[in-house]
Design a protein around this ligand. Structure first.
Ligand code: SF4
Ligand code: SF4
Length: 207
């Protein structure tokens, strides 16, 4: 390093220190101009529209998968199965907030507004696993097994109902023997039918 560069460094150090001290002196003289907060006792007021941690109301969520598809960093994952009533049942719904960049695209596409940003932003952890928010506490395998049982029960009930309906329909259809008896009865009761079936008398001869 030459003498000129050495002197320049000294001048620059003096100037930047003086700038810093001028700001310190200004806020020291006028404490109303404080720019820091005594966090965590004090906190900034969260502005409207702030995009904090995500929350999914799983009772409203329809497991449509749109948030999963739209997320540019693949931080949402869900599992679902079709239930006995043909609707999708969520088995798991997780968001990795350590990977999320809070772009809000998933909230925009959610058709039922179940996914929303909260004002939460405080989360520190030494374990990446803790950064994954699990919105369904029950084990996914247990939910799948329960739904599969419900589907099987519903299918068995539907098959039984169909069988019973078929049996009652078969009981209502008259047998051929019953048909002829009914026809004979109908003929006897109906004078027109009896007349039609009676043998005609021979014409009388005129003398
Ligand atoms: S806010 Fe953006 S990055 Fe975060 S989960 Fe939603 S789509 Fe993905
Ligand atoms: S977009 Fe909304 S309704 Fe669809 S899976 Fe995501 S959170 Fe659920």
């Amino acid at each position: 390093m030459g003498l000129k560069a050495y002197l320049n460094d000294i001048v620059e150090a003096v100037v930047t220190t003086a700038k810093g001290m001028r700001i310190t002196a200004r806020y020291g003289v006028n404490p109303k101009e404080e720019v820091t907060l005594q966090y965590p006792e004090e906190r900034w007021e969260i502005p409207q529209g702030y995009r904090g941690f995500l929350h999914n109301d799983i009772k409203t969520c329809t497991a449509c998968n749109m948030c999963v598809k739209v997320c540019p960093v693949d931080c949402i994952s869900l599992e679902s199965v079709r239930g006995a009533d043909k609707k999708m049942v969520l088995c798991s719904y997780d968001i990795n907030i350590g990977r999320c960049m809070y772009c809000g695209l998933c909230v925009e596409v959610c058709p039922v507004n179940s996914l929303k940003h909260t004002s939460g932003y405080e989360m520190a952890s030494a374990d990446r696993g803790e950064m994954i928010l699990h919105f369904i506490a029950e084990d996914a395998a247990e939910i799948k097994a329960r739904v599969a049982r419900q589907v099987a029960e519903a299918a068995a009930k539907a098959a039984e109902a169909a069988k019973a309906a078929e049996a009652s329909k078969a009981a209502e259809v008259p047998k051929p023997a019953d048909l002829s008896a009914e026809a004979a009865k109908a003929g006897g009761d109906d004078p027109k039918a009896a007349k039609a079936e009676a043998p005609k008398a021979a014409p009388e001869k005129k003398e």
